[in-house]
Structures are given as C-alpha cells and as structure tokens.
Ligand binder design. Sequence first.
Ligand SMILES: Cc1cc2nc3c(=O)[nH]c(=O)nc-3n(C[C@H](O)[C@H](O)[C@H](O)COP(=O)(O)O)c2cc1C
Length: 214
Amino acid sequence: MDRSVADLRQNYTKAGLVRAEIAADPLAQFETWFNQAVEAQLPEPNAMTLATATPEGQPSARMVLLKGFDARGFVFYTNYNSHKGHQLEANPQAALVFWWEALERQVRIEGKVTPIDPTESDAYFASRPHGSQLGAWASPQSQEVDSRAVLEQNLQELEDKYRDREVPRPPHWGGFRVIPDRIEFWQGRPNRLHDRFNYCRDNAGNWQIERLAP
Ligand SMILES: Cc1cc2nc3c(=O)[nH]c(=O)nc-3n(C[C@H](O)[C@H](O)[C@H](O)COP(=O)(O)O)c2cc1C
C-alpha cells in the first residue's frame, strides 16, 4: 500500500544558522546561499514562486525564474499583459519563495514591484536564444487559445518573418524588479526547531534582524 500523504515527513539535519554568522545585509546573505545552491548543482536553483494579488486581496502564485539580483532587488521577466502583469500593474506588491530542497533551505522575499528600465529588458532580451525570443512574440500569455496548433502556427510565421533578422523585444515583454523590504532565511533543523532569521527594513532604511520561532 502507498504511504499516506500525512506520513511523508523529513527530519532536517544538514546545517544550522546562527546570528553571529549571517551577513548584516540580506542581499549578501542571499548571494552566499544562492551561490551555494548553484555550487550544489541543484536543478533550477533560480526557480522561485512569485505571489501577486488583486487590489481586493485575491492571491495568485506561479513559478518564475530569477534573472538577476543586486542591492536594488530581484529581477524576473515576463509578459506585461499576462495575469501576473495585470495584477502587478494594479497592485505593485509581490512575494517570492525559493525552496532549495537538497540544502534544506527556504528564502522568502516581500516587497514593492516596479517594471525595470526598458533598456535593461532590451539587453536581456537580446541575450536570449532565438527560439525563446520568438516564443515571447508567439504566446499571448494567460489568454485563452483555441488549440496548440494556433501557437505553433504563430511560431512558424514568426520563424519565417525573422529568419535573417534580429528579433526586437516585444513592447509587452520585460522585467519586473521586486524591491525587498523583508527577506527571511530558513534553515531546516531536527524536530521542527528550524532556524529562521528575518531581515526587515526600518523607517530609516536600515536592515533589522530578528530570529523567528519556527
Ligand atoms: C520552473 C518554471 C519557471 C518559469 N519561469 C517563468 C518566467 O521566468 N517568466 C514567466 O513569465 N513564466 C514563467 N513560468 C511560467 C509561469 O509559471 C506561468 O505559467 C506563466 O507566467 C503565466 O502565469 P500568469 O497567468 O499567472 O501570468 C515558469 C514556470 C516554471 C514551472
């Protein structure tokens, strides 16, 4: 008989997280953990859950790929006319979650969201493979389509159109930056006594660190 879902559980024993060893700046701490996730050769270490919400508070979550981070925040790319794009236009706030299972680590990020500078989107779009560039034009993301054939037909037409030409960035496609005001680092520990450190930006813009109960 299959194990019951309720019986699936893991005891986390790999590492601990102590105040004396975490960085004063959460971006530096994120960089350390992100690099360790890359070095550990985790599949898609930059995959993250992006939660958005309507102004009324109806939430919606999906996976996206982190494509850059620095002191300004965390960047991902998408279709500005998508479901998430419209939610972010109406309510420019979001939450991000990373789960690096093999390292028993979770990172949670919350903050305001802003479209990135179009020149930044241009530069990233230009660096994408030709097929992905065409895909951005071919797919009216989040809209109903009659069949897969419609999308394949779109792609075929675009392939013909851009056979020997550079593909321009669609105006409806680009990046968003999540500007964090809260970042939490979670390290799994035995018996559910996990370590959690939460960085919060205070009114003066400085990061305050607190340990949270698991
Ligand atoms: C691992 C993974 C990575 C993804 N990365 C992106 C991404 O970077 N940008 C994007 O628009 N959609 C990405 N998607 C697809 C989204 O999860 C989602 O289906 C799409 O963006 C439409 O979402 P929306 O209708 O809520 O706007 C990814 C999906 C998976 C499973």
